[in-house]
Design a protein around this ligand. Structure first.
Ligand SMILES: C[S@@+](CC[C@H](N)C(=O)[O-])C[C@H]1O[C@@H](n2cnc3c(N)ncnc32)[C@H](O)[C@@H]1O
Length: 244
């Protein structure tokens, strides 16, 4: 996982495009930006925000070095993202978030912490994975507390679906991992079922994984804990090349 040495990139088959649905979030929708976040957007955005592009990113050029890269989907206000990037200076991070106030908040943290190993893409993470990430290259993908969409009629909006998991698996390097967490038990059960059914991944635990010590408590998780929710972590891995 994060402490393991970077596996060599290996090409994998492109599994195509998961069915698209509008990106919606009921949690941060309508959030407003403070002046510090607006200033960070204006001053740091040009350097740290990568525009969406329909072609793969050259990561060594983006970060100016060769290092294992971890992509986070839906970082919210970015508190946990910044903490992990600061704790793991040997890794590079790409945070993907659609919500502009979150982008401003994380940029502010990048400035405060001098986090040279972190970049942001403000776009739909499915399209970023599909279009901007070379297959077989990511050391890890973090999906921490995606929108749970409690109502049954909204379950189709949940990001964890078979085609999405196949897309993530195709972008992982051998030995790369997908780490999901949720505070909503029915979604945790869906995640476990969908991830276990993806042939390119294997569970590193028996069922749910213990919360890794390196995963910070996120803002959304804190909110759930205050409401008395439980937390479920799932840690799946693309087998290393010699074990495949
Ligand atoms: C429930 S919040 C959790 C935020 C953060 N991970 C946390 O734990 O505090 C989910 C976040 O995912 C973002 N999001 C939802 N769908 C997305 C997508 N397709 N691409 C990028 N971000 C997305 C939302 O804007 C929202 O900020």
């Amino acid at each position: 996982m994060p402490d393991s040495s970077p596996p060599p990139p290996a090409p994998t088959a492109d599994i195509g495009t998961p069915p698209r649905r509008p990106v919606r979030s009921f949690v941060l929708r309508g959030g407003r930006m403070g002046t510090g976040q607006q200033r960070a957007l204006a001053e740091l955005g040009p350097r740290f925000v990568l525009p969406y592009q329909p072609s793969p990113l050259a990561l060594p050029q983006v970060f100016g070095r060769q290092a294992p890269c971890i992509l986070e989907i839906g970082f919210g206000m970015g508190d946990a993202t910044a903490q992990v990037a600061a704790a793991m200076p040997g890794h590079d991070f790409i945070g993907v978030e659609v919500h502009e106030a979150g982008v401003g908040a994380l940029l502010k943290r990048i400035g405060e912490g001098g986090l040279a190993n972190l970049r942001i893409v403000q776009h739909d993470a499915v399209e970023v994975l599909r279009d901007m990430v070379v297959p077989g290259t990511l050391a890890g993908v973090h999906l921490w507390f995606p929108d749970p969409w409690h109502k049954k009629r909204h379950h189709k909006r949940r990001i964890v679906q078979p085609a999405f998991v196949a897309l993530v698996a195709s972008r992982l390097a051998p030995g790369g991992y997908l780490h999901c967490a949720t505070d909503w038990q029915p979604y945790a059960e869906q995640m476990l079922e969908v991830l276990a059914a993806e042939p390119a991944l294997r569970n590193t635990a028996e069922g749910y994984a213990p919360k890794p010590a390196w995963r910070p408590q996120t803002k959304f998780e804190t909110r759930g804990l205050k409401l008395g929710h439980g937390v479920w972590d799932l840690l799946f891995q693309r087998p290393p090349a010699d074990a495949a």
